[in-house]
Design a protein around this ligand. Sequence first.
Ligand SMILES: [Zn+2]
Length: 179
Amino acid sequence: MAMNQLPLGVPGAESEFERIEVRRSTRRKKTISAEVVGRALIVSVPERLSRAEEQQWVEKMAARLSEQRRRDRLNEDGALARRARDLSRRYLGGIEFSDIAWVNNQKSRWGSCSIDDRSIRISLELADYPAWVRDYVIVHELAHLIVADHSDRFWAIVNRYPMTERARGFLIAKGIEEG
Ligand SMILES: [Zn+2]
């Protein structure tokens, strides 16, 4: 059994796990698994793995599990949906949506909105950004339920949210595209 310090290159993992422990098992042939015990991440790997491979897997597992935990927390008791309903009431006349959820497959786009089923997807990338940026994206996607394109009419609605200009600047600087 080897003990690892926190891995390199896994944003957010430091705040999720106090320590990372790697267990090497001769019985394991191929499978790599990870579990969270208390505040520790335990990664089990086959004995034959090289140190470099081990490091790669530890980083991969730490990234995956910390992301999952972050998402779980953000979804706790429907926190995201509650926030969206709040913003909708405040800036969009209470426009209704069917569902809002975090997704991790939209690295270059901040979010999307399906007009057909009135559902909204928000990139998990935003979970690490300031709340006013995330709120702007929610307002932006909700506004698409009123105006589908990015016309003046659309922006007139979105601009009711006072942090719109600042948030747009923030996202442009991050290289994230409008959804
Ligand atoms: Zn848009």
